[in-house]
Design a protein around this ligand. Structure first.
Ligand code: CA
Length: 245
C-alpha cells in the first residue's frame, strides 16, 4: 500500500525480483480490501496514505491478518513508526530506502521460522511417547514440535500459542520471540541477541524494536494468564521466561 507511484513500482519490482507475486494499492481502503481477498504473506504499508491513515490501516489489518507487516515511512514520522510497531507492525523502513535494504529485511523475515534451529533438550512429546498432544481442545499433529513453560504452550510448527489452554492471538513477530524464549527458558536474552536472532543479521536496527514487541507479547500473556508475569525483565541485561514452572 503506497500512494506514491514511483515508490510503489520500486517496491513492486524489488519484491517481484525476489520471487513474490505482488498486488499493489494506492489507498488504505483498496489495500485493506486486497489484503482481505488475497491473504498475503507480506504487506508493506506506507504510513502517509490518503483517506484512512497508515496507523489505522495497520490496526485494521491486524484484526484479520497475521501477514508480516513492514511499515514504510518518512524520516520525520518517528512517533507514528513506534505506534505502528505497538499496533502490530513487524518492522519498518525509512524513506528513502534502497531495493537491497528492502530485500534484506524481507529475506530476514522469511528466514525466521527456520532461524530457531537450536538444539532442543527434549524431543517433541508426540515423538517420545507417541501420545497425542491436545491444545485448546484439539489434537496437535504428531510431527509438530510443542514447547511448554508453566501455563504457556506453543505448537511451533502450527504457529499457535496457548495460555491455560486458551489460544492467544499473537503476531508473527511476537510468536517468533516467544518461541526463542521458550526454547531456552533459563537463558537471559539481551535485546541485541534477540534482534540478531529474530530479525536477522542483516538488520542493523535499534533494540527499541525488541522492547516494543516484548511489551506487546508480555501484555497479551499476562492478560491471558490472569496477571502472571511470564516474561521477566533482567534489569540492564534483557529478558527470559519467568514464573514457576
Ligand atoms: Ca505516502
Amino acid at each position: 500500500m503506497e500512494d506514491d507511484a514511483d515508490i510503489r513500482s520500486l517496491i513492486d519490482l524489488t519484491l517481484s525480483a525476489q520471487g513474490f507475486v505482488i498486488r499493489t494499492a494506492a489507498t488504505g481502503r483498496d489495500g485493506l480490501q486486497l489484503a482481505r481477498e488475497w491473504e498475503p504473506d507480506l504487506i508493506t504499508l506506507d504510513l502517509g496514505l490518503p483517506g484512512i491513515d497508515g496507523l489505522e490501516v495497520c490496526r485494521r489489518v491486524r484484526e484479520f491478518s497475521d501477514a508480516y507487516l513492514i511499515v514504510v515511512s518518512a524520516r520525520q514520522d518517528e512517533v507514528d513508526r513506534l505506534m505502528a510497531l505497538q499496533t502490530g507492525a513487524d518492522d519498518f523502513l525509512v524513506k528513502p530506502f534502497s531495493p537491497r535494504e528492502l530485500q534484506a529485511r524481507v529475506t530476514a523475515m522469511f528466514r525466521r521460522p527456520r532461524s530457531g534451529a537450536m538444539p532442543v533438550a527434549e524431543e517433541p512429546a508426540a515423538a517420545a511417547g507417541a501420545e497425542t498432544v491436545v491444545l485448546g481442545g484439539a489434537p496437535v499433529p504428531a510431527d509438530h514440535e510443542v514447547l511448554r513453560h508453566g501455563p504457556v504452550a506453543i505448537d511451533v510448527d502450527g504457529r499457535r500459542a496457548f495460555v491455560l489452554d486458551e489460544e492467544v492471538d499473537l503476531t508473527r513477530t511476537e510468536f517468533d520471540l516467544l518461541t526463542h524464549l521458550m526454547r531456552t527458558p533459563a537463558r537471559v536474552w539481551t535485546r541485541e541477541a534477540l534482534l540478531r536472532t529474530v530479525w536477522g543479521n542483516d538488520w542493523v536496527g535499534d533494540a527499541h524494536l525488541v522492547e516494543v514487541h516484548i511489551g506487546n507479547l508480555r501484555r497479551k500473556l499476562t492478560q491471558a494468564s490472569g496477571d502472571r508475569a511470564l516474561i521477566h525483565t533482567v534489569r540492564g541485561v534483557g529478558y527470559r521466561m519467568g514464573g514457576a514452572v
